[in-house]
Design a binder for this molecule. Structure first.
Ligand SMILES: Cc1cc2nc3c(=O)[nH]c(=O)nc-3n(C[C@H](O)[C@H](O)[C@H](O)COP(=O)(O)OP(=O)(O)OC[C@H]3O[C@@H](n4cnc5c(N)ncnc54)[C@H](O)[C@@H]3O)c2cc1C
Length: 346
């Protein structure tokens, strides 16, 4: 069955020209619950909720109904030691970072310029430059799509980790994130652990200076999806045990790595790909970005399959060279919905 009706090109930052049966922009929970969603469920038609499509790869046309989450609203409450924010899931993440800083609320500056909507931030626990969503999260509100009841999950229930959360497993299907709650402490401490922030003086630096430094760094090495289609880091940084890392880093001392709290080592996926001299490598319309090897780009007219073929090639080269298998960070969307990305690129 062909479903070439509504183009998803502007609804995914890779700029893949896949099509959906229907697209609805939902600016309230009521719109999500409207007859359209219920009709789709009744017809057994696949449904997909998107924020900005900045962490998805469409492999084919989507044979279902796409809902674009634009539930808005930001409210702020002051308590003795913090500012408590309640934010609608359809607010832009970067605009939230900007607005909080303009109003003198610090704590999100390291997470500037991450594309996407607030409601997607908990799903993979967005992170950058030493800070992740979990650090500021108070709660996540979800709605069950079976009986439309709602539930609040507090941060300790969200099982946040590196690019993971309860929304990647227990609450993966049949739920919508409708709002999140953040706690921004008044006693702000800059997080400058990331190597490119270490030149800043922790005693005098302001949240705005951290924000500007982060924005400048990101602009210099990550392509702007408005001009070059991409979904940020395509692969996750692989975790390895300390004993593997000891041998590995003796053989490959130039590969960057990070020490995790649980004693494991995380290797830089970008460093591994770069070491294989793959920057600029092309397959069809897809390429490894020449300024940052972890980013796969659409050079214009790439299909989802071009990106997959490139990702498979990169993954195999890295495994041949280092015996480390990379896993995609990006969600793969097939004609019926999300599928396991590792199964696709084996
Ligand atoms: C240039 C660029 C740079 C990036 N840099 C970073 C970075 O530094 N750190 C980082 O962590 N990520 C980064 N990313 C990835 C991406 O920005 C984040 O994962 C972001 O949170 C995705 O938001 P989104 O609204 O676009 O989600 P989408 O891509 O629209 O959706 C992602 C997944 O979440 C589901 N989903 C979306 N909204 C909801 C909801 N309300 N309820 C339930 N499920 C939902 C979707 O169905 C899909 O499976 C980057 C991406 C790009 C393009």
């Amino acid at each position: 069955m062909s479903c070439r009706q509504y183009s998803l090109k502007i609804w995914n930052t890779f700029g893949i020209n896949a099509y959906a049966n229907n697209i609805t922009i939902a600016d309230s929970i009521d719109t999500i619950l409207s007859c359209r969603w219920k009709q789709s469920v009744k017809k057994n038609e696949p449904t997909l909720l998107l924020g900005e499509g900045s962490n998805v790869l469409f492999l084919h046309d989507f044979h279902g109904h796409v809902f674009i989450n634009r539930i808005k609203g930001i409210s702020v409450t002051e308590v003795a030691d913090a500012w408590l924010l309640h934010i609608g899931a359809g607010e832009s993440w970067h605009q939230l970072v900007r607005k909080t800083l303009i109003h003198g609320l610090a704590g999100l500056e390291n997470l500037a310029l991450i594309p996407g909507r607030v409601g997607s931030a908990p799903i993979q626990n967005i992170g950058a430059y030493g800070v992740d969503f979990a650090t500021v999260c108070e709660y996540v509100d979800i709605m069950f799509l079976t009986d439309y009841s709602q539930k609040r999950l507090y941060v300790h229930e969200c099982c946040f980790g590196y690019r993971k959360s309860v929304f990647k497993n227990t609450y993966k299907n049949g739920y919508v994130i409708t709002a999140v709650g953040l706690r921004l402490k008044k006693n702000w401490q800059p997080v400058l652990s990331y190597s490119q922030l270490r030149h800043l003086d922790p005693k005098t630096v302001t949240p705005r200076e951290v924000y500007q430094t982060v924005c400048a760094m990101r602009r210099s090495k990550i392509p702007d999806p408005k001009h070059i289609g991409n979904a940020g880091s395509f692969f996750k940084n692989p975790s390895v045990t300390m004993s593997f890392a000891n041998d590995f880093l003796t053989q490959h001392p130039t590969i960057p790595y990070f020490l995790k709290n649980n004693g494991e080592i995380m290797l830089s996926a970008g460093g591994l790909i770069d070491h294989c001299a793959l920057k600029g490598y092309r397959v069809g319309g897809a390429a490894v970005y020449d300024k940052q090897a972890l980013v796969l780009i659409n050079t214009g007219g790439a299909s989802g399959q071009d990106i997959i073929n490139l990702a498979r090639f990169v993954r195999r080269r890295v495994a041949e060279e280092f015996n480390v298998w990379l896993e995609p960070e990006v969600c793969f969307i097939s004609s019926q919905g999300e599928i396991d990305p590792v199964e696709v690129i084996v």
